[in-house]
Design a binder for this molecule. Sequence first.
Ligand code: ZN
Length: 232
Amino acid sequence: MKNILKRFIAVFLPFRCHACSETTDFGVVLCDRCLVKLQGLINSPRRIEDVLCSFPIYTLSSYDSLMSDIIRIVKYRPSLKLLMILAEQCQKRGRLKSLVSADDILVPVPMHSDRLLKRGFNQAELLAEKFAVAAGCRFSPVLERIRATRPQADCDENDRQNNLEGAFAIGRGVIKEMFAGRHLILVDDVVTTGSTLQKCCEALQPLRPAKVSALAVSHSFRRTAGIIPAAV
Ligand SMILES: [Zn+2]
């Protein structure tokens, strides 16, 4: 009976892997082949160098074509289910305790309320929450994006810095003493030039952290505006 129902659903409600378009069971957003490939892409945190940041940035994966597709689909489709799969695999395979200690605090890169309303979730916040569980530390969305900005990928070199000017601030009601002297680790899905993380780090300074680092799932190399598709 279950198999008949399954076949019926497959015929009338075909479902496909979000990454490779292979037919899958209803509700399965990543096929087994893509899942295995994704698992092989996630490593321990590795420091990256070619970014414009005054503090260390670590990533869990290189920007393989599947990883870049998954990150883009999560954001632009958008797909919370695919984000949950990505977060879970990072939890299992990212060896986060090798970078994050129990006293550290994970801080997601914030999203403006307009975009949050449109997308329904902030992928950086969900990743930070899951990373904190895996690392056994605290998670705190202490920063706010107080001004809507264009995606950095859509800006040219001159616009990039101005685009983020005054975009981030400490949220109202934050008890600053809880963050003083602590190692704060910014979390995002992907880092490109590092300018967003740099601005977030500057916005964290009133909390007087001992140290700021950043952890992203992946590192995308700089691209010219217009190459990244606006939607998938
Ligand atoms: Zn697939």
